[in-house]
Design a binder for this molecule. Sequence first.
Ligand code: CUA
Length: 293
Amino acid sequence: MQTSNALDPQSPLARAIYDLGIVSGVVFALIFVIVTGAIVYAIFRFRVREGEPDPKQIAGNRKVEMAWTIIPFLIVVFLLVMTLGAMNRADPPPAPSPDLVVTGHQFWWQVDYPGSGVITANEIHIPAAKPLSVRLESKDVLHEFWVPELTRKMSNVPGQPNHIWLQADKPGTYIGQCSEFCGTQHAWMRILVVADEPTTDVTAKGLALFKTSTCINCHAIRGVAGADLRVAPDLTHVGSRKQLGAGILENTPANMRLWLKSPQHIKPGALMPDFSLTDEQLDQLSEYLSTLR
Ligand code: CUA
């Protein structure tokens, strides 16, 4: 089973927290070594010896008092500055409207995408390399959303929405876990974040072309507004099909392009006309269609 690893950050948000942990850890280790070293040194160097008088007393010594006030103060100021920087990077202010709403339930997660109206559960699909604004809510008790490799931990509080940012550097699957005890099945409140290849400029243009050309007069793609006619094949998952044109071509990027360029040359009499798309348009459209999996 895949597990998560807080020491393997996979986003700028998680990296900010990890880096702060490393810096703090180094500072604490140095303090530990210096203080322990000084104690051990003093134990052996200044142990009581037979017939020795009391050592010179230094209580109220100005220099010593200054040193052990100023040095810790500077250390604390340094850590404060580092912490504020990390908070800034790991937890920027929320976007005006969230990209995702994640609601905790006993014992599962509801995931709403307000932009498209899509609702899912327990599995969150995001585009890689894009920061998403996430609102956290709860329907019943306290839960806590935590995907260690991607972002900070944050409580889901009934009646009090909280906010985090969620991002993954590259495509992959990341495991999260409810981290606030919320009842008997708290341990089985896993979160699966699947980061998919980001939409490139080319595929975005392909989608725009699909919507503005006559494609949508015949073809449907679920999730694309206005594309709901099924006179011709539904293209929602065309990228994962093995064949094109009911078997006339193998579905490869090159063949997709060829088919879009001149369907009447490949399958004369088919109801899809030649659209005389430019080379650039063919690239955009074929790349977009190949992402529909
Ligand atoms: Cu939900 Cu613990």
